[in-house]
Ligand binder design. Structure first.
Ligand code: PHB
Length: 403
C-alpha cells in the first residue's frame, strides 16, 4: 500500500487529521488497533473550547454539533457553603460547548465514510520504520526521490501482513501506541497524582445548568453532563480503587455530600447508573513532537489529567497546526511550517499542562492541612478577583489556535 500520509490511530486526532488533509488535497490511510465500535464508544471529557468548535465548523463538521451541542457561558466553582459562577463570556468573550468526545468521533467517522477514506480497523503488530530519512534540508528532491520511504507495517484482522509506505507518518495512537517510542531519546516529563476519579454515567437529567467543580474535605466532585437526559459525574477516590467497591447508593450519597445537596435550596437528583469506571490522573509530555518524517499529535505526545477537560481540545489544536503544515510540505514542498510544528504545538501543550495541573492541585484533597488552606485561599481568590477569574476563564474557554 502507498499513500502520502500514514496515520496511526483512528481516534479524534487521526480522523480529524485525515479530514483536514483531504480538504487540503493530501491523501492518507489510517490504521487502528481497536474496532470502530470501541473507538466510537470510548468516553472522555465532553467539553469543547470555542476554538475547537470554530475549527470543526469551518471543517464542515458543525451541523449536528450546532444542533445538539449545549453552549455554556461558564462553570460553577464551589466549596462547603459557597458556590460561585464564573462567566467566561463576560470575562473573556468566549464560551464552551458540551458535546461528548463520542459524538465528535462519530461525526468525524461519518464524514470520513462519505469521503471514502480508507481506515483499517483491528490491526495487530503495528510498527513504524525508516522515519529518519531527512526531508528538511533537501526537500525538493528528498520527497520525490527518497529510496527509503517511511512505512507502517501491520497485520490485518484476516491475518494478511501489510506494508503501508508513505511520505510521512503521523502518530495519533495515544501514549501506549508504537509511534511515541519510535522517537529516539526524547525528553519526557511526567507527574502522577495521588488520587483517581471514579466516573459515572447516569440516566437522569443534570441537576445543574452548567458544570460544578466542587472542593470538599472528603475529596473533589464534579457534576458534568452529556445531554438533557444523561448526567456525567465524578468523585475523587484513592489510587487503586476498584469501582465495584462503590455501590450506586454510596456513590450518590458521596456526590450529594460533596456537591452540597440541600445547601441554598439546591438538590442533586440521583438516577440509574449506566456506567462506572476509575480513571487514573497523569500529566505527561514528550518532546520533540517530530522526528524526521514521523510527527506526533494528541495523546501520543502529551497526557493531561481530566480536570479542565483539555485532552481532546489539545489534540484538535495539534492537528489544526499539523494539517496545513503537512499540506505545505507535501503539496508545495515548503517545509517551514512542518519544521516549526513541534515548537509551536508545545507552547500550547505546556500552557494546558500547567492549567490542568493547577486546576487539579487546587481542587483535590491530599490529606495535608497546609495544602487545604492554600486551596481554599486560591478558590476564594478566583471567586473574588476579576483578574484571577479571567486567568481561569481564558485557559478554560481556550486560547486561540495559534497560541
Ligand atoms: C466530562 O464531562 O466528562 C468532563 C467535564 C469536565 C472535566 C472533565 C470531564 O473537567
Amino acid at each position: 500500500m502507498r499513500t502520502q500520509v500514514a496515520i496511526v490511530g483512528a481516534g479524534p486526532a487521526g480522523l480529524l487529521l485525515s479530514h483536514l488533509l483531504d480538504r487540503a488535497g493530501v491523501e492518507s490511510v489510517i490504521v487502528e488497533t481497536r474496532s470502530r465500535a470501541y473507538v466510537e464508544a470510548r468516553i472522555r471529557a465532553g467539553i469543547l473550547e470555542q476554538s475547537t468548535v470554530d475549527l470543526l465548523r469551518e471543517a464542515g463538521l458543525g451541523e449536528r454539533l450546532d444542533r445538539e451541542g449545549d453552549v455554556h457561558r461558564g462553570v460553577y466553582l464551589q466549596w462547603p457553603g459557597a458556590r460561585h459562577h464564573l462567566d467566561f463570556v463576560d470575562l473573556v468573550g468566549r464560551s464552551v460547548t458540551v458535546y461528548g468526545q463520542t459524538e465528535v468521533t462519530r461525526d468525524l467517522g461519518r464524514a470520513r465514510d462519505a469521503a471514502g477514506q480508507e481506515i483499517v480497523y483491528e490491526v495487530t503488530g503495528t510498527a513504524v520504520h525508516d522515519t529518519d530519512s531527512a526531508i528538511d534540508s533537501a526537500i525538493d528532491t528528498a520527497i520525490d526521490t527518497a529510496t527509503v520511504r517511511p512505512s507502517v507495517t501491520f497485520t490485518r484482522a484476516d491475518g494478511r501482513a501489510e506494508r503501508l509506505e508513505a511520505d510521512v507518518v503521523v502518530g495519533c495512537d495515544g501514549s501506549f501506541g508504537p509511534c511515541r517510542t519510535a522517537v529516539p531519546e526524547p525528553a519526557t516529563w511526567e507527574r502522577t497524582y495521588p488520587y483517581s476519579w471514579l466516573g459515572i454515567l447516569a440516566d437522569v437529567p443534570p441537576s445543574t445548568d452548567e458544570l460544578i467543580y466542587a472542593w470538599h474535605p472528603d475529596g473533589f466532585a464534579l457534576h458534568s453532563m452529556r445531554s438533557p437526559t444523561v448526567s456525567r459525574l465524578y468523585l475523587q477516590v484513592p489510587n487503586g480503587t476498584d469501582a465495584a467497591t462503590w455501590s450506586d447508593d454510596r456513590i450518590w450519597e458521596a456526590l450529594a455530600t460533596r456537591l452540597g445537596h440541600g445547601e441554598h435550596g439546591w438538590t442533586l437528583t440521583p438516577g440509574p447508573i449506566t456506567g462506572k469506571s476509575v480513571l487514573p490522573m497523569r500529566s505527561f509530555v514528550q518532546q520533540p513532537m517530530r522526528h524526521g518524517r514521523l510527527f506526533l499529535a494528541g495523546d501520543a505526545a502529551h497526557i493531561v489529567p481530566p480536570t479542565g477537560a483539555k485532552g481532546l481540545n489539545l489534540a484538535v489544536a495539534d492537528v489544526a497546526l499539523l494539517a496545513p503544515a503537512l499540506a505545505d510540505l507535501l503539496r508545495h514542498k515548503d517545509p517551514r511550517a512542518a519544521d516549526a510544528y513541534s515548537e509551536r504545538a508545545l507552547r500550547r501543550v505546556w500552557r494546558c499542562t500547567h492549567f490542568s495541573w493547577w486546576m487539579t492541585t487546587m481542587l483535590h484533597v491530599t490529606g495535608d492541612p497546609f495544602d487545604a488552606q492554600l486551596q481554599r485561599s486560591q478558590l476564594e481568590w478566583v471567586a473574588s478577583s476579576t483578574a484571577a477569574a479571567t486567568g481561569l476563564a481564558e485557559n478554560y474557554a481556550g486560547l486561540p489556535i495559534g497560541f
